[in-house]
Design a binder for this molecule. Structure first.
Ligand code: FES
Length: 107
């Protein structure tokens, strides 16, 4: 079993037009029809799961809604179906009882 800390309750949003090289794609259109298709594509967004609960990783599938009611400062453990197994106030080492400080991926 592996525990991964996720603090976000919403996805990362990637806009195709912001990806490196997308401007080059527009410049390579052979005709207006192709250029229009590329311009339409530029408005698309990709939503990447950052909560860890999506069943369609790396893409967000809306399961982050389950994290919206999480209380700040508590640790939530989810099963593979995205149901809360339990909540903890802290994690402790089973051998010495010391609190385990999980690193925050955003710090
Ligand atoms: S961020 Fe949406 S399902 Fe994880």
């Amino acid at each position: 079993m592996r525990g991964i800390r996720h603090d976000r309750d919403h996805p990362y949003v990637v806009k195709l037009k912001d990806l490196p090289g997308f401007e080059n794609l527009l410049g390579q259109a052979d005709n207006d029809e192709q250029k229009n298709k590329f311009e339409k594509l530029s408005n698309y967004e990709i939503h990447l799961c950052a909560c860890g609960l999506s069943k369609n990783k790396p893409f967000c599938d809306g399961h982050h809604a389950k994290t919206m009611k999480e209380e700040s400062g508590k640790i939530y453990l989810y099963d593979k179906d995205g149901n809360v197994i339990t909540t903890l106030n802290k994690l402790t080492d089973s051998e010495d009882g010391n609190e385990i400080d999980l690193p925050n991926e955003y710090e």
